[in-house]
Design a protein around this ligand. Structure first.
Ligand SMILES: O=c1ccn([C@H]2C[C@H](O)[C@@H](CO)O2)c(=O)[nH]1
Ligand SMILES: [Zn+2]
Length: 133
């Protein structure tokens, strides 16, 4: 699946976002190394901080299903610029993505910006850091 198709999947799933508080739906589409698609939406909660972003929902669904290696992630929202993933999601991405994994950020106007994991979160704390004492 190419970049445009992955962004389209994110755009379509966005409609399932549960966003009664922010009214800001976000959609994410994650492609595994084997070509399986996992989609995510943001899911909010009356206890606001328990909200989970679309990107993390997609990653957590895939990991729970046994997939830990990924080809690419797309994320979309109705923003002026392609939507930047939050810091918590960048950290979760860095746990499973390689430095080169592309993250396609997009908006509803058709703009997109692709960044690698390394560009999104440079000098990140990784699982390898834990083992080098
Ligand atoms: O990249 C992003 C940015 C924000 N949100 C969600 C969190 C919250 O539900 C709403 C407003 O921050 O958007 C995402 O899902 N992904
Ligand atoms: Zn996030």
């Amino acid at each position: 699946m190419n970049k445009e198709a992955l962004i389209e999947k994110a755009r379509n799933i966005r409609e399932r976002a549960y966003v009664p508080y922010s009214k800001f739906p976000v959609g994410a589409a994650l492609l595994t190394k084997g070509g399986k698609l996992y989609e995510g939406v943001n899911i909010e909660n009356a206890a606001y901080p328990t909200t989970c972003c679309a990107e993390r929902v997609a990653i957590f669904k895939a990991v729970a299903d046994g997939y830990q290696t990924f080809e690419a992630l797309a994320v979309i929202a109705d923003t002026d610029r392609p939507v930047p993933p939050c810091g918590s999601c960048r950290q979760v991405m860095s746990e499973f993505f390689t430095k080169d994994t592309p993250v396609h950020t997009a908006n509803l106007s058709g703009q997109s910006k692709t960044m690698t994991m390394e560009e999104l979160l440079p000098f990140s704390f990784t699982p390898e850091d834990l083992s080098k004492k």
